[in-house]
Structure formats: C-alpha cells, structure tokens
Design a protein around this ligand. Structure first.
Ligand code: BV8
Ligand code: ZN
Length: 239
C-alpha cells in the first residue's frame, strides 16, 4: 500500500492517462515488447500518409483495436478514477490519450479523448460533418461506411502529425490545476508528454503512477510505483 496522496479542499485535480491504465483490462499498450507497434509500424497505420497510401491497412488495424476494446471491461484503475471524480465534482478533469471507452464504463463523465475515439468515425475529407458513432469491425475496404458527403469514413483517431483534440480546454484545465496525476503513459508522445512541465510551471504538485519510470520522470515530484489497478484504489485521501 502506498503513502496516500492528500487532496486538499482547494485542490483542482487534472489526470492524464495512457495505455497503461487499460493494460489490466487486457488491452495491449504501444511500446511493450508484445505491444501494438510490435505487429505494425506506426508509419503504416497512424499517419495521414499511411491513410493515403493504404486505407485498408489503417482500417484493418483499427478494426482489430475496436474488436479488442469493445470486449474489454474497465479495471479497478478506471473505477478508482470514476470514484475520484464523483468525490471531487467539478474540481476534477480527466484527459486521456486512450481511444477505448473504458474510462466512461468505469464511471468517468468529465473527460476528453485528446487522440480520438475508437467508437467513432469521421469524414476523410473533413467536410464539416460531425464524427459519427461507428462500432463496425470492417472485413474489407468496400464495407467501410460513407460520410453524408459521399467521402469514405476514416477512424476518428488523431494520427501522428495531426493536431490533438480539445487542446484549448486542456490548456485551461492545466492552468487551473493544483495537482496533476499522470497514470500509465511512457511520456514518448507530444504534446501530451509536455503537460507535466506545464503543470510544474503553474506550481502544481505532479504525481506519476505506473510500474516503470516514464521518459519524463524528472518532472514528477512524487512517483507511485505499481500497476494502476493496484495502486490507484485507496491512493487518494480527500480532505
Ligand atoms: C502533434 C492514436 C502538432 C490512437 C496516438 C520529434 C520530437 C518531438 C515531437 C515530435 C517529433 N516528431 C514528431 C513529433 C510529434 C509527434 C510525436 O510526439 N512523435 C513521437 C513519436 C516523438 N506528435 C504528434 O504528431 C501529435 N500531434 O504534435 O501536432 C501540434 C502540437 C501541439 C499543438 C498543436 C499541434 C499527435 C500524436 C497523436 C498520435 N496518436 N494515438 C491510437 O492508435 O491509440 S499516440 C499513442 O501513443 C497514444 O495515444 C499515446 O499518446 C502514445 C503513447 O502511448 P502510451 O499511452 O504512453 O503507451 P505506451 O505503450 O507508450 O506506454 C505504456 C505505459 O504504460 C508504459 O509507461 C508502461 O510502463 C505503463 N504500464 C504498463 N502496464 C501498466 C502501466 N501503467 C500502469 N498500470 C499498468 N498495469
Ligand atoms: Zn464528408
């Protein structure tokens, strides 16, 4: 059991999560040896060039991700974060890099998916139509749905080289946060890996939770070593 983290009545908590928070739900992370990138090169499935070059390869990868994510269950890490939000109300904000829906299933309500969501698709021509809920697991390119404008649907995913979603809202929430808790992310992708630096500039307490040190470990004042599903329940003492 780790030393508890005190959350004071004036604290505003910003939580950033990565693939590690879904690891105990059985979903592969990216950089583990048997991780997602082990089977695919990110250049082949998660860049605009990859989409132009071979849209089926992209849909094959994200259809497999949908299949896995929709069969997964939230784990105690998701539930603990849902509970923390219930206790803190609007003093809590969750930003996830994950595209699965496990935070919502774990009880989180006030969150943003800065890199998109598996359960949605969007127009490949960015015609202005809103993303659509789409949970289909496609078997071939000609099965892939069409936008109202007739263009092909692409995954509602932020590819490398594309701008993450809701950065304005994220920036506001970081500026207001007095505590930043980062859970289960290697700190290898930007701008998410910079959030902890922004929090430090605002004199926030910065806490990392995970089994191994992230690349940006030096930016954290407190490190809670362990799996999220074991370390998060009971970690926070709300004053
Ligand atoms: C942008 C899609 C401009 C959905 C993803 C050179 C230098 C610096 C930056 C760049 C550069 N060249 C290019 C860039 C920018 C680039 C980037 O950062 N590249 C990297 C490779 C260097 N970034 C971008 O292109 C981004 N856009 O920069 O636009 C801009 C910038 C600012 C403002 C406006 C415009 C867009 C990046 C988005 C790419 N899409 N996902 C999907 O397929 O899922 S990224 C994807 O990988 C994730 O979403 C996540 O963000 C990222 C990292 O993955 P992690 O979540 O950290 O997972 P990982 O496997 O790496 O680590 C798992 C961790 O869990 C480990 O630490 C492990 O210890 C831990 N763990 C394991 N088990 C557990 C656990 N923790 C807890 N409990 C456990 N049980
Ligand atoms: Zn369209």
């Amino acid at each position: 059991m780790h030393k508890q983290i005190l959350i004071h009545p004036t604290d505003r908590v910003f939580v950033l999560t990565g693939a590690g928070v879904s690891a105990e739900s059985g979903l592969a992370t990216f950089r583990a040896s048997d991780g997602l990138w082990a089977g695919y090169r990110l250049e082949d499935v998660c860049t605009p060039e990859a989409w132009e070059r071979d849209p089926w390869k992209v849909w094959e990868f994200y259809s497999a991700r949908r299949e896995a994510a929709f069969a997964a269950k939230p784990n105690p890490a998701h539930v603990a974060l849902g509970e923390l939000e219930r206790q803190l109300g609007e003093r809590f904000f969750l930003c996830t890099q994950n595209v699965d829906g496990l935070h919502e299933l774990g009880g989180s309500k006030n969150l943003v998916h800065m890199h998109g969501e598996l359960a949605k698709s969007r127009c490949e021509d960015d015609c202005g139509a809103a993303p659509v809920v789409d949970t289909r697991v496609y078997g071939s390119l000609d099965e892939v749905g069409r936008c109202v404008c007739g263009a092909r649907l692409r995954p509602y995913i932020v590819f490398f080289g594309e701008t993450p979603l809701e950065l304005g809202r994220i920036q506001d929430e970081i500026n207001r946060a007095t505590v930043m808790i980062v859970v289960g992310t290697s700190g290898s992708v930007y701008p998410a890996a910079n959030f902890v630096q922004w929090a430090r500039l605002n004199k926030a307490r910065t806490i990392y939770v995970g089994p191994e040190a992230p690349l940006n470990a030096g930016a954290f004042t407190v490190t809670v070593e362990g799996k999220a599903g074991e370390a998060l329940p009971g970690l926070f003492a709300i004053q």
